[in-house]
Write a protein that binds this ligand. Sequence first.
Ligand SMILES: Nc1nc2c(ncn2[C@@H]2O[C@H](COP(=O)(O)OP(=O)(O)OP(=O)(O)O)[C@@H](O)[C@H]2O)c(=O)[nH]1
Ligand SMILES: [Mg+2]
Length: 461
Amino acid sequence: MQEILTGRGDTIVAIATAQGVGAIAVIRVSGANAIDIVNKIFPSKDLHLQKSHTLHVGFLKENDEVIDEVVISLFKNPNSYTGEDVIEISCHASPFIQQKIIDSIISKGARLAFAGEFTQRAFLNGKMDLTQAEAVADIIAADSKAAQQTALKQLRGGFSNDLKQLREELINFAALIELELDFSEEDVEFADRKKFEKLITTLKSKILDLINSFRLGNVIKNGVSVAIIGKPNAGKSTLLNALLNEERAIVSSIAGTTRDTIEETLNINGVLFRLIDTAGIREHTSDAIEKIGVEKSLEKMRGANIVVYLFDVNEMSDEDIHLQKELFEKENIKYILVGNKIDELNEDDLNKKFIAQNILFISAKEKEKIDSLKQKLYASVIDNSINTENTIVTNARHHAALKKIEESLDDIEAGMRNQLTGDLLSIDIRRALHYLGEITGQVEVDRDILGTIFGKFCIGK
Ligand SMILES: Nc1nc2c(ncn2[C@@H]2O[C@H](COP(=O)(O)OP(=O)(O)OP(=O)(O)O)[C@@H](O)[C@H]2O)c(=O)[nH]1
Ligand SMILES: [Mg+2]
């Protein structure tokens, strides 16, 4: 891994736009010598004399040879993304030109940036906290509206503000308790224990809310996995095609058509779902290849966020469905029951056959009630519509730290019950404060942690 905290004084350069065909590419330079360095290859103007936040058109030249006509955006410290002097060069997107510009900037004294180094500098220079820096990576990776919105909220500091407030309240209290220690001979209590108890209860409920939001957050970030399960010929592949509105999977009247699982993504109201079409499950099969497929289906079922159990209404009885439900409940599997092929059964028979089972009846082939299934899938993850007012934790590192905070708060509570002395209590309070600060980077964060966070970025960010 890169040695991330070294070379902070260097001026760094990287291509900030994606590789590939495009009209314009942007090359970013940041550091104390950014203006000096670019000045050497931009003879039209002295950039030192220009105001911050201005654009300059001109030719980049190396030894009188024109490299490209470019637009230079100038950001003087501290008002830039990294907090340092930053120059962004918009050039023509030929890989040859880009490389030539990078080479000549390096030859004038800059070095190539590590992955995530621009954002890392923004963090180190106090332009953003860690959760915001992480949000930058999430926004780049966001592939649905919900993922983009939660990341954007985090980038604007929503999550950090929540935590900052909690942290301040706890710091106040820690200060009072530690003050008591200085007066220990006099046996005074500055910190009102009743108030403190209340504070810890409030803190715990807020931390628990955040921890619980992670399930949703994870789903928003990575997509909800939905396994379509059922007997051979139930119409699973037909349903996948209907949901996607394209002929993705092979459909046939021969049972055992789908052998390998097929995975496709579907966006429902801005939330990403990963649909998995599986091989039909049947109890006895002698076909070796099909057997492997069935094993895989069971595996997918256990690993999925939700199972759509699809059955042919002609084939199954009310009793079958009841047994199926019991199995899901025993295995703690989240499921939706869907009866297929209603085009082959009249409504009266249907209602007589399946009584109070909360089944959604559809026809995959006729694309009937497919929208109802989509809504049901959506509602199964998001109880109310996504509330952007509430903070949603999407990051596994934050989740782990929140769990540590919860543990520390438990210890504080236990300590209070056992009438622990202030000095012992303050150890647990410090621990809770440490993990709170670790999330936003307000305390000394482990180098390895920083390396992991910024190492995940692409070069140029
Ligand atoms: N009448 C009717 N037939 C359907 C419906 N959905 C699927 N079928 C038919 O049922 C048969 C099986 O469909 P598939 O989608 O291949 O079923 P599957 O569950 O994927 O089957 P396997 O991959 O073999 O497990 C095909 O002949 C479909 O045309 C429906 O809603 N109504
Ligand atoms: Mg199939």
